[in-house]
Ligand binder design. Structure first.
Ligand SMILES: *Cc1c(COP(=O)(O)O)cnc(C)c1O
Length: 231
Protein backbone atom coordinates (compact mmCIF):
# COMPACT_ATOMS: atom_id res chain seq x y z
CA UNK A 1 0.00 0.00 0.00
CA UNK A 2 1.46 3.36 -1.06
CA UNK A 3 -0.23 6.38 0.48
CA UNK A 4 2.27 8.94 -0.81
CA UNK A 5 -0.10 10.33 -3.46
CA UNK A 6 -2.90 10.76 -0.93
CA UNK A 7 -0.63 12.47 1.59
CA UNK A 8 0.77 14.76 -1.14
CA UNK A 9 -2.68 15.71 -2.36
CA UNK A 10 -3.96 16.45 1.18
CA UNK A 11 -0.83 18.48 1.92
CA UNK A 12 -1.33 20.48 -1.30
CA UNK A 13 -4.93 21.21 -0.28
CA UNK A 14 -3.74 22.28 3.19
CA UNK A 15 -1.14 24.57 1.62
CA UNK A 16 -3.74 26.09 -0.73
CA UNK A 17 -6.16 26.75 2.16
CA UNK A 18 -3.30 28.36 4.06
CA UNK A 19 -2.36 30.63 1.20
CA UNK A 20 -6.03 31.66 0.73
CA UNK A 21 -6.14 32.69 4.39
CA UNK A 22 -2.57 34.04 4.48
CA UNK A 23 -1.42 31.48 7.01
CA UNK A 24 1.87 29.63 7.33
CA UNK A 25 1.34 25.95 6.36
CA UNK A 26 3.65 25.05 9.25
CA UNK A 27 0.88 26.29 11.60
CA UNK A 28 -1.40 23.41 10.55
CA UNK A 29 -0.68 19.86 11.75
CA UNK A 30 -1.98 16.90 9.77
CA UNK A 31 -3.22 14.02 11.91
CA UNK A 32 -4.01 10.68 10.30
CA UNK A 33 -7.15 9.19 11.87
CA UNK A 34 -6.33 5.49 11.96
CA UNK A 35 -9.42 4.17 13.76
CA UNK A 36 -10.66 1.08 11.94
CA UNK A 37 -7.35 0.81 10.03
CA UNK A 38 -4.77 -1.96 10.35
CA UNK A 39 -1.18 -1.55 11.58
CA UNK A 40 -0.12 -2.11 7.95
CA UNK A 41 -2.08 0.98 6.92
CA UNK A 42 -0.50 2.95 9.76
CA UNK A 43 2.94 1.87 8.58
CA UNK A 44 2.05 2.92 5.01
CA UNK A 45 1.03 6.37 6.30
CA UNK A 46 4.22 6.58 8.34
CA UNK A 47 6.26 5.67 5.24
CA UNK A 48 4.49 8.55 3.46
CA UNK A 49 5.70 10.94 6.15
CA UNK A 50 2.87 11.04 8.72
CA UNK A 51 3.96 10.96 12.36
CA UNK A 52 0.76 11.83 14.26
CA UNK A 53 -2.14 9.38 14.54
CA UNK A 54 -5.61 9.65 16.07
CA UNK A 55 -7.60 6.80 17.58
CA UNK A 56 -11.10 6.79 19.00
CA UNK A 57 -11.08 3.64 21.14
CA UNK A 58 -8.55 2.87 23.84
CA UNK A 59 -8.77 -0.90 23.39
CA UNK A 60 -8.19 -0.77 19.62
CA UNK A 61 -5.36 1.74 20.08
CA UNK A 62 -3.43 -0.18 22.71
CA UNK A 63 -3.23 -3.26 20.49
CA UNK A 64 -2.36 -1.25 17.37
CA UNK A 65 0.26 0.94 19.03
CA UNK A 66 2.14 -2.18 20.12
CA UNK A 67 2.27 -3.34 16.49
CA UNK A 68 3.47 -0.05 15.00
CA UNK A 69 6.88 1.66 14.86
CA UNK A 70 7.73 3.19 18.25
CA UNK A 71 8.58 6.63 16.82
CA UNK A 72 4.93 7.43 16.01
CA UNK A 73 2.78 9.79 18.10
CA UNK A 74 -0.75 8.89 19.20
CA UNK A 75 -3.64 11.04 20.41
CA UNK A 76 -7.10 10.09 21.64
CA UNK A 77 -9.99 11.66 19.70
CA UNK A 78 -12.98 9.53 20.76
CA UNK A 79 -15.36 9.60 23.71
CA UNK A 80 -13.63 8.22 26.77
CA UNK A 81 -15.36 6.29 29.53
CA UNK A 82 -13.87 6.98 32.92
CA UNK A 83 -12.89 3.33 33.41
CA UNK A 84 -10.57 3.72 30.40
CA UNK A 85 -8.99 6.93 31.67
CA UNK A 86 -5.96 5.23 33.18
CA UNK A 87 -5.06 3.44 29.92
CA UNK A 88 -5.69 6.61 27.93
CA UNK A 89 -3.22 8.53 30.09
CA UNK A 90 -0.72 5.74 29.57
CA UNK A 91 -1.02 5.26 25.80
CA UNK A 92 -1.65 8.76 24.42
CA UNK A 93 0.49 11.91 24.31
CA UNK A 94 -2.68 14.05 24.26
CA UNK A 95 -6.39 13.51 24.85
CA UNK A 96 -8.43 15.70 22.47
CA UNK A 97 -11.80 14.49 23.68
CA UNK A 98 -12.27 15.85 27.20
CA UNK A 99 -16.04 16.33 27.06
CA UNK A 100 -17.05 16.89 30.69
CA UNK A 101 -15.71 18.27 33.95
CA UNK A 102 -16.04 14.84 35.54
CA UNK A 103 -13.86 13.25 32.84
CA UNK A 104 -11.28 16.01 33.34
CA UNK A 105 -11.26 15.24 37.07
CA UNK A 106 -10.75 11.54 36.37
CA UNK A 107 -7.93 12.15 33.86
CA UNK A 108 -6.29 14.47 36.38
CA UNK A 109 -6.47 11.77 39.05
CA UNK A 110 -4.96 9.13 36.74
CA UNK A 111 -2.21 11.48 35.57
CA UNK A 112 -1.36 12.29 39.19
CA UNK A 113 -1.08 8.60 40.03
CA UNK A 114 1.21 8.06 37.03
CA UNK A 115 3.32 11.09 38.01
CA UNK A 116 2.48 12.69 34.65
CA UNK A 117 0.99 15.89 33.34
CA UNK A 118 -1.57 15.24 30.60
CA UNK A 119 -2.02 17.65 27.68
CA UNK A 120 -5.69 17.86 26.69
CA UNK A 121 -8.09 19.59 24.34
CA UNK A 122 -11.63 20.37 25.44
CA UNK A 123 -14.26 19.06 23.04
CA UNK A 124 -17.09 21.40 22.16
CA UNK A 125 -20.48 20.33 20.78
CA UNK A 126 -20.95 23.59 18.92
CA UNK A 127 -24.13 22.66 17.04
CA UNK A 128 -25.79 21.10 20.11
CA UNK A 129 -26.24 17.74 18.38
CA UNK A 130 -27.71 15.08 20.65
CA UNK A 131 -25.63 12.40 18.90
CA UNK A 132 -22.33 14.07 19.81
CA UNK A 133 -20.32 14.47 22.97
CA UNK A 134 -18.74 17.70 24.13
CA UNK A 135 -19.29 20.80 26.23
CA UNK A 136 -21.93 23.30 25.24
CA UNK A 137 -20.12 26.60 24.67
CA UNK A 138 -21.76 28.31 27.68
CA UNK A 139 -21.02 25.30 29.86
CA UNK A 140 -17.36 25.35 28.81
CA UNK A 141 -17.07 29.02 29.71
CA UNK A 142 -18.66 28.31 33.10
CA UNK A 143 -16.47 25.30 33.91
CA UNK A 144 -13.17 26.37 32.35
CA UNK A 145 -11.59 27.70 35.52
CA UNK A 146 -12.46 24.54 37.44
CA UNK A 147 -10.78 22.46 34.72
CA UNK A 148 -7.79 24.76 34.68
CA UNK A 149 -7.42 24.30 38.43
CA UNK A 150 -6.69 20.59 37.93
CA UNK A 151 -2.93 20.53 38.38
CA UNK A 152 -2.07 17.46 36.30
CA UNK A 153 -3.98 18.57 33.23
CA UNK A 154 -2.65 21.10 30.72
CA UNK A 155 -5.29 22.70 28.51
CA UNK A 156 -3.79 23.09 25.01
CA UNK A 157 -6.94 24.19 23.23
CA UNK A 158 -10.32 23.16 21.85
CA UNK A 159 -11.59 20.44 19.54
CA UNK A 160 -14.84 20.05 17.64
CA UNK A 161 -16.52 17.72 15.18
CA UNK A 162 -18.71 19.76 12.84
CA UNK A 163 -22.09 18.39 11.76
CA UNK A 164 -21.91 16.28 8.63
CA UNK A 165 -23.01 18.07 5.49
CA UNK A 166 -22.43 17.54 1.76
CA UNK A 167 -21.66 21.26 1.46
CA UNK A 168 -18.84 22.18 3.87
CA UNK A 169 -19.52 25.92 3.37
CA UNK A 170 -22.55 25.31 5.60
CA UNK A 171 -20.35 24.57 8.61
CA UNK A 172 -18.11 27.62 8.19
CA UNK A 173 -20.12 29.51 10.88
CA UNK A 174 -19.47 26.63 13.31
CA UNK A 175 -15.72 26.98 12.74
CA UNK A 176 -15.95 30.75 13.11
CA UNK A 177 -17.76 30.37 16.44
CA UNK A 178 -15.11 27.89 17.59
CA UNK A 179 -12.38 30.44 16.85
CA UNK A 180 -14.34 33.02 18.83
CA UNK A 181 -14.81 30.61 21.72
CA UNK A 182 -11.07 29.91 21.78
CA UNK A 183 -10.40 33.65 22.10
CA UNK A 184 -12.95 33.85 24.92
CA UNK A 185 -11.26 30.94 26.73
CA UNK A 186 -7.86 32.61 26.31
CA UNK A 187 -9.27 35.73 27.96
CA UNK A 188 -10.64 33.71 30.88
CA UNK A 189 -7.38 31.80 31.33
CA UNK A 190 -5.17 34.81 30.67
CA UNK A 191 -2.97 32.64 28.46
CA UNK A 192 -2.84 31.65 24.79
CA UNK A 193 -4.24 28.28 23.69
CA UNK A 194 -2.06 26.86 20.92
CA UNK A 195 -4.56 24.43 19.40
CA UNK A 196 -7.86 24.54 17.59
CA UNK A 197 -8.48 20.99 16.38
CA UNK A 198 -11.14 21.10 13.68
CA UNK A 199 -11.59 19.86 10.15
CA UNK A 200 -12.02 16.31 8.85
CA UNK A 201 -11.95 14.80 5.34
CA UNK A 202 -15.05 16.66 4.17
CA UNK A 203 -14.43 20.09 5.65
CA UNK A 204 -10.74 20.60 6.51
CA UNK A 205 -10.06 23.37 4.01
CA UNK A 206 -12.84 25.54 5.42
CA UNK A 207 -11.67 24.72 8.96
CA UNK A 208 -8.15 25.90 8.07
CA UNK A 209 -9.49 29.12 6.57
CA UNK A 210 -11.20 29.73 9.91
CA UNK A 211 -8.13 29.07 12.07
CA UNK A 212 -7.73 25.32 12.58
CA UNK A 213 -4.25 24.31 13.75
CA UNK A 214 -4.83 20.56 13.59
CA UNK A 215 -6.86 18.67 10.99
CA UNK A 216 -7.95 15.08 11.63
CA UNK A 217 -8.10 13.18 8.33
CA UNK A 218 -9.30 9.59 7.98
CA UNK A 219 -11.07 8.62 4.77
CA UNK A 220 -9.37 11.18 2.48
CA UNK A 221 -6.08 9.58 3.41
CA UNK A 222 -6.85 5.88 3.87
CA UNK A 223 -10.04 5.47 1.85
CA UNK A 224 -13.25 4.16 3.46
CA UNK A 225 -12.84 2.43 6.82
CA UNK A 226 -13.03 -1.37 6.60
CA UNK A 227 -15.29 -1.64 9.62
CA UNK A 228 -17.31 1.02 11.36
CA UNK A 229 -15.54 2.66 14.26
CA UNK A 230 -17.58 4.27 16.98
CA UNK A 231 -16.79 7.85 17.90
C1 LIG B 1 -13.43 9.51 12.46
C2 LIG B 1 -13.01 10.82 12.96
C3 LIG B 1 -12.29 11.72 12.14
C4 LIG B 1 -11.94 11.45 10.69
O1 LIG B 1 -13.07 11.45 9.89
P1 LIG B 1 -12.92 11.37 8.28
O2 LIG B 1 -14.20 11.96 7.82
O3 LIG B 1 -12.76 9.94 7.95
O4 LIG B 1 -11.75 12.18 7.89
C5 LIG B 1 -11.88 12.92 12.70
N1 LIG B 1 -12.16 13.25 13.99
C6 LIG B 1 -12.84 12.42 14.79
C7 LIG B 1 -13.09 12.83 16.20
C8 LIG B 1 -13.29 11.19 14.32
O5 LIG B 1 -14.00 10.39 15.13
Amino acid sequence: MDLTDNVDSIQRRINAACSRSKRDPASVTLMAVSKGQTPEMVRAAADAGITLFGESKVQEARIKIGQCPPRLRWQMIGHLQSNKARDAVHFFEMIQSIDSLSLAVEINRCADRSAKTMPVLLEVNMAGESTKFGFRPDQLVAELSAINDLKKIEIHGLMTIAPWTPDPEKVRPIFQRMAGLKTRCEEILGAPLPHLSMGMSGDFEIAIEEGSTLVRIGTALFGPRARPAAK
